[in-house]
Design a protein around this ligand. Structure first.
Ligand code: A3P
Length: 314
């Protein structure tokens, strides 16, 4: 049961007012047949794992490290959301400016998105679990960049996201102690962190076209991660270009970059909580009680056992 559907009027909102964001079944089915190819890089993540960060980074690489050009186009145009429904009148009205900037949302139904002028590959992002990816993606026809984050920080970030995201009910008074068990059991939008991450981890083990990244590694050494990602997407950067991309993608720069900080997106009420909130590793310590941390550790150990995957929590 989705957490969302326990909210008052949720079904009405989901079916008639705000269908695509919760992913209508039709959209999920349509997505199965989208044709992705060697010109595509799909960014995938469980929400609040650093999607916007890695999108900005990959986008800068798509522009050959030319960060000046990146600054002229909003990120949601450069890296559209794959499962966002685009066949409803309000989406078309709402995103009228996308057409002005050359991205016809209606056209995107058949094609993943257009190759933007000056870019070397197409980009989009998705929060779909691995099993719902388009067939062409599962067959390894394009590159997939998965970004993951330690689940304690992810939970805290997701908690604040529930407070400010209109499509999750704008629950500004949501209590952390109320949210914690929902996260732990995976009873919320996008389901269980464990299933999502482990599903993609398996996918990455069997497919050289999938790169599995971690938020904590990016935090620890952004330049090294940028080099690895550039290598993966086959873009050669000079030292100077790489330095520019590093600077462009730091938390401080992105926080003030209106083309990347989601400021203009009505889906979020950033007066309640900023999209670029803290951008730290270890913020979970300000939220988890000792009992919650111990309960979490136990489930983490059980679910991750034998996977070969582990995260840094500080
Ligand atoms: P916090 O809420 O912990 O601050 P997503 O893009 O997947 O929704 O993830 C959002 C999280 O990534 C937020 O975490 C946000 O601050 C963080 N983030 C975005 N850009 C970042 C950057 N350049 N450096 C570090 N963290 C970043």
């Amino acid at each position: 049961e989705q957490y969302f559907f326990r909210l008052p009027y949720a079904h009405i909102i989901a079916d008639y007012v705000w269908p695509g964001v919760i992913m209508s079944p039709k959209r999920v089915i349509d997505i199965r047949d989208l044709e992705f190819g060697p010109q595509d890089v799909v960014i995938a993540s469980y929400p609040k794992s650093g999607t916007t960060w890695i999108s900005e980074l990959a986008s800068a690489l798509a522009y050959n490290g030319n960060t000046e050009e990146v600054k002229h186009v909003r990120q949601d145009v450069r890296v559209p959301w794959l499962e966002l429904e685009n066949d409803y009148w309000w989406v078309r009205v709402f995103h009228w400016w996308s057409r002005l900037t050359g991205t016809d949302l209606k056209e995107k139904k058949k094609e993943p998105n257009q190759l933007l002028a000056g870019t070397r590959f197409r980009l989009c992002f998705t929060h779909l679990p691995v099993e719902l990816l388009p067939k062409s993606v599962l067959e390894g026809k394009c590159k997939v960049l998965y970004v993951s984050r330690n689940p304690k920080d992810n939970a805290v970030s997701f908690f604040h996201f529930h407070r400010m995201a209109r499509f999750l009910g704008l629950q500004k008074n949501l209590d952390w102690n109320e949210f914690f068990p929902l996260y732990l059991s995976g009873s919320l939008y996008c389901g269980s962190w464990f299933e999502h991450v482990l599903g993609y981890w398996q996918f990455a083990q069997n497919n050289k076209n999938v790169m599995f990244c971690k938020y904590e590694d990016m935090k620890e050494n952004l330049e090294t991660e940028i080099s690895k990602i550039a290598n993966f997407v086959e873009i050669e950067l000079s030292d100077e270009q790489r330095q520019r991309v590093v600077k462009h993608c730091t938390f401080e720069t992105m926080k003030d970059n209106k083309m990347a900080n989601r400021d203009a997106i009505w889906l979020f009420n950033q007066k309640i909580s900023k999209f670029m909130r803290k951008g730290q590793v270890g913020d979970w310590k300000n939220y988890f009680t000792l009992a919650q941390s111990a309960a979490f550790d136990e489930i983490y150990a059980e679910k991750m056992a034998g996977s070969g995957l582990d995260f840094k929590f500080e």
